[in-house]
Ligand binder design. Structure first.
Ligand SMILES: [Zn+2]
Ligand SMILES: [Zn+2]
Length: 351
């Protein structure tokens, strides 16, 4: 194999570019090296690009949502072999530390954690995957890479948000934010049998896409209607049974708290850059439950099953595709929400 590869390297806020970097190597016995065949740009990458995540130290290869082919494995890797097509969990997990044995993989203490954050990521030709026994999932025959592209990150995150919302059959679920993560939360919220899923977003095209592709039943645009009032109107004056915040911004945060009915649940999966306040004087009496956190990505096999049987299909999110060579254009188009871009799919570098 070559000594170097192409990768998108973060050098500091607003400073990213394609560079020649050393090929990743097997370091630990349970490492695998994966050739990245399809990856994406995620909203978190945009936060990193703008310097919103100061924990990310330069130089760092960004990117954490990908599918690829195993090209090398360490001697302790049992669950994958060279040549396997795999979807990869964005959260690496040792399976043995205090948090992993409790299923809280997002806080694994072995120090590897998320790709493109604490360790080098997937906007590259190859990536080193620590703890490969737990983080690689074989892509079943008959499924394309794009079919399973989102299982390791945004679809797991959407599922985590829907699971934390404690949805019951017949509920009205409102998802604040109809971006890719919000739409994944809507698609997985369906699994609990709600009566209606309401998408909320300022971008009308995103609401239309959510309804057109069946992940939401109704779209509400805060620029046109009072969303909390509209939700109360459709629920006998009560408000949504469950709300999910999938943006990480003040407006959607406050709406998620305001629009939920007494005794309901609020689930936060948006990535916030700034502190927010909890209006306890009005919230306390509502008896709501609030859940939040970083995805544990512990449902990837089930999500692949659901995709295989047609219960979940997020392919419509793949609105743009271009090779790694053109990824800076992707940061501009996806990052600035241009051209109705929902997801920028990155295909291999073209020499
Ligand atoms: Zn992500
Ligand atoms: Zn662990």
């Amino acid at each position: 194999m070559a000594e170097t590869m192409k990768a998108l390297v973060y050098r500091g806020p607003e400073k990213i570019g394609i560079e020649d970097v050393p090929m990743p190597q097997i370091v630990e016995p349970d490492d695998a090296i994966v050739r990245v065949t399809t990856s994406t740009i995620c909203g978190t990458d945009i936060h990193i690009w703008h310097g919103g995540m100061p924990e990310v130290e330069a130089p760092r290869i960004i990117g954490h949502e990908f599918v690829g082919e195993v090209v090398a494995v360490g001697p302790a890797v049992r669950n994958s072999k060279v040549g396997d097509k795999v979807a990869v969990s964005c959260v690496t997990q040792c399976g043995e530390c205090f948090y992993c044995v409790r299923g809280i993989y997002s806080h694994c203490t072995t120090g590897s954690w998320i790709f493109g954050y604490m360790i080098d990521g997937c906007q590259a030709e190859y990536v080193r995957v620590p703890h490969a026994n737990l983080g690689l999932f074989t892509v079943p025959e008959g499924l394309t890479e794009e079919d399973v592209l989102f299982v390791g990150d945004i679809l797991s995150t959407g599922y985590f948000g829907a699971e934390n919302a404690r949805i019951e059959p017949g509920d009205t679920v409102a998802v604040m934010g109809s971006g890719p993560v919000g739409m994944c939360a809507m698609a997985t919220a369906r699994l609990w049998g709600p009566a209606r899923i309401v998408a909320v977003d300022m971008i009308q095209e995103r609401l239309d896409a959510a309804v057109k592709h069946g992940v939401a039943d109704i779209g509400l645009n805060p620029a046109k209607v009072n969303v909390a009032e509209a939700l109360r109107e459709m629920t006998g004056g009560r408000g949504a049974d469950r709300t999910i915040e999938a943006v990480g911004a003040k407006g959607t945060y406050e709406l998620a708290l305001d629009a939920v009915r007494p005794g309901g649940n609020v689930s936060m999966i948006g990535v916030f850059e700034k502190p927010q306040s909890l209006p306890m004087n009005t919230l306390w009496i509502k008896n709501i439950q609030i859940n939040m956190g970083l995805v544990n990505a512990n449902r990837i096999p089930e999500l692949i099953n659901l995709i295989q049987t047609g219960k979940i299909n997020m392919n419509f999110l793949c609105t743009h595709r271009a090779p790694l060579n053109d990824i800076l254009k992707g940061y501009d188009v996806f990052g600035n929400k241009k051209d109705n871009c929902l997801k920028w799919v990155v295909t291999p570098y073209v020499k």
